[in-house]
Write a protein that binds this ligand. Structure first.
Ligand SMILES: [Cu+2]
Length: 501
């Protein structure tokens, strides 16, 4: 069966290449439009010149343009490694990777190139792996020829017939599991004339992840097959970990520069509604193809698909990359930053940047919250660290209602500053945060009758830090609140229907 398939494929390819072989390379490229079914368009004849070793890059970097005007033989060497890394602060996960990163190394070739692909599987790997490149014309996209046991190497060759930005991924059974563990990346097949030059090119790829523990539950988290089958991800991430494109690691550009993003979606399950808050894409090469759409807000990237988008940096500030299925962005991690530096342009935007609107506790909070989390894990968490982390978390979570200064809003949101309820029974207060509060409540002699939603999406550390902060601010003074206190109340009280656990 396999032999038969190979035979058919070989005959098919032979038929394809014959006319092109007869013509010189350059002439074949020019003759392309005459090809009625366009199937010959990428075959510019046999490779010319010395073989070239492809430059591979780790995300978010993209290899330089090939700047080549003839078809070459390009050698790609990619190594599969199974590595344990952070998927979120204090949460470790064993990723299976192409080249040590999620997504895998970025590969860049030119249409018409003959690619000699070497797939190595590191000796320490536990699993066999292979590769299916969507840029390959041939059965399985290379999968059948690249099955590689740990400590082995396999090799196959293909001609990059079609230009475009393509996903590659592992296709070893169970395929979904290999992909869910991070086995995907992008290969760019440049059109013969190359792409127009831009100031910055970046590589971003979304993926959904399935862990046994809840979102941000600390420790080493194993893969959860049932959650993956049910398509209920714990994490939805850009570039394989929460915060991979935040703070020091944010993408960067300057006012006046042009940016091209190569954005892929590894899945395995979700479709991405990719959006950059505050930016409009001048051009989107949707589905990674040849045609572009102009003036786009949000572009759909299917699982196993990619898109290329171009825009100009015009106004300085933080632009937030999200999957606009927003719970994924704010509650599962699908969030990154493009930081644009440079002079204000008041004619385009009046200014006054308020990052906190979108970044909330996620991005801004990171350093202080990270320090507190690390200290807590070591059992050496100081009150000061809790207050600093709590302040950031409060800003992103509670301040919309209780206000940054803790004064609340007359008749609507009760104050936390000098509040007799807040400074009263700690167990009751933890219960209010976790389970919400409805109905009449009297704070410092004033009556409120409104609704506070349960905040149980916060983990025990976060609640403890917030409460330590509010009980030690605006004239309030009290001891530390521990995450054990919070865990106890979470265990012994009931949340209203529909609240997070
Ligand atoms: Cu694999």
């Amino acid at each position: 069966m396999t032999t038969l398939l190979r035979l058919v494929a070989a005959t098919f390819l032979a038929t394809l290449t014959l006319p092109a072989l007869a013509a010189p390379a350059a002439a074949a490229a020019v003759a392309t439009p005459a090809d009625p079914d366009r199937s010959l368009k990428g075959d510019f004849g046999p490779p010319m010149g010395e073989p070239i070793h492809a430059t591979l890059t780790s995300p978010p970097e993209v290899p330089p343009p090939t700047r080549r005007f003839y078809p070459a033989k390009v050698i790609v060497e990619l190594e599969v490694r199974e590595v344990e890394k952070e998927i979120s602060e204090g949460v470790r996960y064993t990723f299976w990777t192409f080249g040590g990163t999620v997504p895998g190394s970025f590969i860049r070739v030119r249409q018409g190139d003959t690619v000699e692909f070497h797939l190595k599987n590191h000796p320490d790997s536990k699993m066999p792996h292979n590769i299916d490149l969507h840029g390959v014309t041939g059965p399985g996209g290379g999968a059948a020829s690249s099955f590689t046991a740990p400590g082995h190497e396999s090799q196959f060759t293909f001609k990059a017939l079609n230009a475009g930005i393509y996903v590659y991924h592992c296709a070893t059974a169970p395929v979904g599991m290999h992909v869910a563990n991070g086995m995907y990346g992008l290969i760019l097949v440049e059109p013969p004339e190359g792409l127009p030059p831009v100031d910055h090119e970046y590589y971003v790829m979304q993926g959904d992840f399935y862990t046994v523990g809840k979102y941000r539950e600390k420790g080493t988290q194993p893969f959860d097959m049932q959650r993956a089958i049910d398509e209920r991800p714990t994490y939805v991430l850009f570039n394989g970990s929460e915060g991979s494109l935040i703070g020091d690691k944010a993408l960067k550009a300057k006012v006046g520069e042009s940016v091209r993003l190569y954005v892929g979606n590894g899945g395995p399950n979700l479709v991405s509604s990719f959006h950059v808050i505050g930016a409009i894409f001048d051009r989107v090469f949707f589905e990674g193809g040849t045609h572009f759409q102009e003036n786009v807000q949000t572009t759909l990237i299917p699982a196993g698909g990619a898109a290329m988008m171009e825009f100009h940096a015009r106004v300085p500030g933080s632009y937030v990359l999200v999957d606009h299925s927003l719970f994924r962005a704010f509650n599962k991690g699908a969030l990154g930053i493009l930081k644009i530096d440079g002079p204000e342009n008041k004619a385009i935007y009046s200014g006054k940047e308020v990052d906190s609107v979108y970044l909330a506790d996620k991005a801004i909070a990171a350093p202080a919250v990270e320090r507190a989390t690390t200290a807590a894990a070591k059992g050496k968490l100081t009150k000061d660290e809790q207050i600093k982390a709590g302040e950031k978390l409060f800003t992103g979570t509670c301040s919309v209602c209780h206000q940054l200064n803790g004064q609340g809003l007359e008749g609507v949101f009760p104050p936390l500053a000098k509040s007799d309820v807040l400074m009263g029974d700690l167990k009751r207060v933890i219960g209010i945060v976790l389970n919400g509060l409805t109905g009449p409540v009297t704070v410092n002699g004033k009556n409120f009758n409104s609704v506070m939603p349960p905040m149980s999406q916060l983990n025990d550390d976060e609640v403890a830090n917030i409460l330590t902060y509010v009980r030690n601010s605006w004239g309030n003074e009290d001891a530390q609140v521990s995450s054990a206190d919070v865990a106890e109340i979470r265990k012994t009280t009931k949340r209203p229907a529909g609240a997070a656990h």
